[in-house]
Design a protein around this ligand. Structure first.
Ligand code: AMP
Length: 190
């Protein structure tokens, strides 16, 4: 199985690159942000609780997202592999993901980090907010909180995969095609 963790701060281009990777490698895309927004649009209790945090740019509890990922892994038993996008976002989530994959005799193949500086991220997110309609993209204060959550809680997840020799980084600046070529090169060298 090819199991990729696509890593990087909000606005790094994880969602965009995931779309290309799905097509090229036939992987199942698991974005916890998309799964949570789906819960919100269906008006579930989980969605209502998550929305309060997401609108402030705060991470939702580990147990919530781990439960969602576990359900999706069970629902896609015959998958060739998965792209994890926006997950794991804490070291506890990374540990839980290792355990979940172990029960399926599988493991993460590689974490690919998209490197983009903070000013460029803020610029991209404000631009995206104009079309996406996402409340958390529209407010500069919430964007800064999301970047702070990333730096405080998510950045350490890179160390978790470095310790397993599974960390690779590519520049997230350039055209979508150039960045995709860099990601594909990492995958073909696995
Ligand atoms: P995203 O679409 O990945 O930018 O996520 C949007 C928001 O959903 C984040 O700011 C968090 O509030 C929440 N979220 C998404 N994925 C996770 C996760 N793995 N752990 C905790 N919160 C998450």
């Amino acid at each position: 199985m090819l199991n990729l963790v696509l890593f990087g701060p909000p606005g790094a281009g994880k969602g965009t690159q995931s779309q290309n990777l799905i097509e090229k490698y036939g992987l199942i895309h698991l974005s916890t942000g998309d799964l949570l927004r789906n819960e919100i649009s269906q008006g579930t209790v989980l969605g209502l609780e998550a929305k309060k945090l997401m609108d402030q740019g705060i991470l939702v509890p580990d147990a919530v997202v781990i439960g969602m990922i576990s359900n999706k892994l069970d629902a896609n038993k015959d998958a060739k592999g998965f792209i994890f996008d926006g997950f794991p976002r804490t070291v506890a989530q990374a540990e839980a993901l290792d355990e979940l994959l172990k029960t399926k005799n599988s493991a993460i193949s590689v974490m690919i980090a998209l490197e983009v500086n903070d000013e460029e991220l803020e610029r991209r997110l404000l631009l995206r907010g104009k079309d996406s309609g996402r409340p958390d993209d529209a407010n500069p204060e919430v964007i800064r909180k999301r970047i702070k959550e990333y730096n405080d809680k998510t950045a350490p997840v890179a160390g978790f995969y470095k310790a397993q020799n599974k960390f690779k980084s590519v520049s997230g600046i350039g055209s979508i095609g150039e960045i995709f070529d860099s990601i594909s090169a990492v995958i073909s060298n696995l």
